[in-house]
Structures are given as C-alpha cells and as structure tokens.
Design a protein around this ligand. Structure first.
Ligand code: IPD
Ligand code: CA
Length: 270
C-alpha cells in the first residue's frame, strides 16, 4: 500500500476512533440489552451500536477495504482489512466498570500498519503506525523493563475458550517466577498498557484477532516483543498471544510456552 493511501487511513482512523469513543462514553452510564453470548461472554446494545458506527464510517471512506468485526463478522474481500472490537471488556462495560476499550487495527499484506485503542472513560487514545512509533494521546510510549522478575507485572487474560486448569497452571508458573499478575478484563487495553510500560507483559492462551490487532502494533512500535500472532488462520480462529518488554522474552516464552517457534519481529529486523 502506498504511503499516501496509508496517510488517508491514518487520518480517518483518528476521527473514527474519537467519534466511537464519544458514543461508548455516552452509552456507558446506562448499559442496555445486556445478554450472554455464552458462559461469561457478554454482549450489550452498545457493542452493536459502536461497531455499526465504525463499520459505516470506514465504508463511506474506503468502500474497497474489507472489515472484520467482533459482532458483524467478515465483510468484503481485500488485502487491506480493518479489524474491529467495538467494546473490549464488555463484561466490565455491562457492570459499569470503566476498564473497557475500543480497538481498531488496519492490516495490509497481512501486517498491521495502523492501530488505535481508545479507553473512553479514562480519556486516553493509544495509537501507532508501522515505523512511526506508538503514542498515548500525544506522548510517545516505550515499554519498560523491570529490574527483575520480583518487580514484574504480567497480565494474564482469561476466557472460557481454554480449560480452567490451563489458566491456573499458567498463573502458578508466572507467580513462581516472582512476577505478579493482573486480569483486568480488556485484552486490548492490556496490550496498550504493555506498550506504555505500565505493565511488563500480556499473555493469553487464546485470543481473537479483534482483541489484539491494534495492540500487537502498539507493543512492537513501543519497542516490545510480540509472538507471531497473525500466523496461520489467526483472523478467523485467533491464536495465543504473548507481548512483553524484550528483556523478559526468554523467561516468558519459557513460562507460558507461547512464541517458541516463531519470531516475527526478529525476522523483520534481519
Ligand atoms: C474479551 C476481553 C478479555 C479477554 C478475552 C476477550 P470481550 O473480549 O478482551 O480481557 O481475556 O479473551 O474475549 O468479550 O470483552 O470483547
Ligand atoms: Ca474483545
């Protein structure tokens, strides 16, 4: 994709993210239509409303691009694809807990080129463009290396898509290393926090592409390491994810088993 085409998408993405964040903020005070799609898997009217807004705006400006949304599925066929999670952390949103986000990633040729993650209730928008760094609002972000494992904070995402015992075993291994853990309920925001050096790693044994399409780019552009998340059929099926400060890579790959056979960032650098 030509730089000019990416410039147009970057500018549109900034506008769309702001508009979607305002809508989600308005809807937050009184969540409507709270339902379960499955065990511990929430949906609200806001998920559909925010996704329709984002997909509609993309369609007005870039009708030739494909779209993959958590709620609406895949639309169109193109090498240029927008991947959208309208409300990530829906369980939090449904219970009026402000830790939720909106994630929009843009991939061209299978590689994430643009990404934004908005945290509407915190007034923060995280964004990145491939090769141009990652920012929280206007501040440049950088991952942080903990002095040692005894000071490390690793977020461990959880869903019913993997057996409980796989999660508790992972938790036990991470705690055994001296690190502590977090499970704050928005995978996208978890990735943004690694990029901003608030935590040192994010791991989840299975996550969907819409949760991390923007986050992978944010972490890489902030100097972090991420496993080859987009390998295989990740857009349709999801994959495990591990993102961290580079100094923790070896330890966390060993502890989590994620990222052993692939190393996209290093491949790109070589
Ligand atoms: C979930 C959240 C959660 C993560 C799950 C996701 P949703 O997305 O990101 O933190 O652990 O894997 O499914 O359902 O809130 O959009
Ligand atoms: Ca999600």
């Amino acid at each position: 994709m030509r730089e000019g085409d990416l410039d147009a998408r970057e500018a549109a993405l900034a506008d769309i993210t702001r508009e979607a964040a305002e809508l989600a903020r308005r809807l937050y005070s009184d969540p409507q239509g709270v339902k379960l799609k499955g065990k511990q898997d929430y949906i609200t009217a806001a998920d559909g409303e925010v996704e329709r807004l984002i997909v509609g705006r993309i369609g007005e400006r870039f009708p030739q691009d494909a779209v993959l949304g958590e709620e609406g599925g895949a639309q169109g066929k193109s090498d240029a694809i927008w991947i959208i999670d309208p409300i990530d952390g829906t369980a939090n949103f449904a219970h009026r807990i402000p830790h939720f986000s909106i994630s929009i990633g843009f991939l061209s040729g299978g590689d994430p080129k643009l990404g934004t993650i908005a945290a509407p209730m915190y007034g923060e928008i995280f964004r990145a463009r491939r090769g141009r760094g990652a920012f929280c609002n206007e501040r440049r972000m950088k991952v942080t290396e903990p002095a040692d494992m005894n000071r490390a904070i690793i977020e461990l995402g959880w869903s019913v898509r993997r057996p409980a015992r796989a999660y508790t075993a992972l938790l036990e291994r991470v705690l055994g290393s001296g690190a502590t853990f977090l499970r704050a309920g928005s995978g996208a925001l978890g990735m943004a926090y690694v990029a901003d050096g608030r935590t040192h790693g994010y791991c989840e044994l299975h996550i969907n592409a819409w949760d991390v399409a923007a986050g992978v780019l944010l972490v890489e552009e902030a100097g972090g390491w991420v496993n080859d998340f987009f390998a295989g059929d990740a857009l349709a099926q999801g994959n495990p994810v591990l993102a961290c400060a580079p100094g923790l890579k070896e330890a966390l790959v060993g502890l989590t088993g994620v990222g052993q056979a692939n190393d996209k960032l290093e491949r790109r650098i070589q």
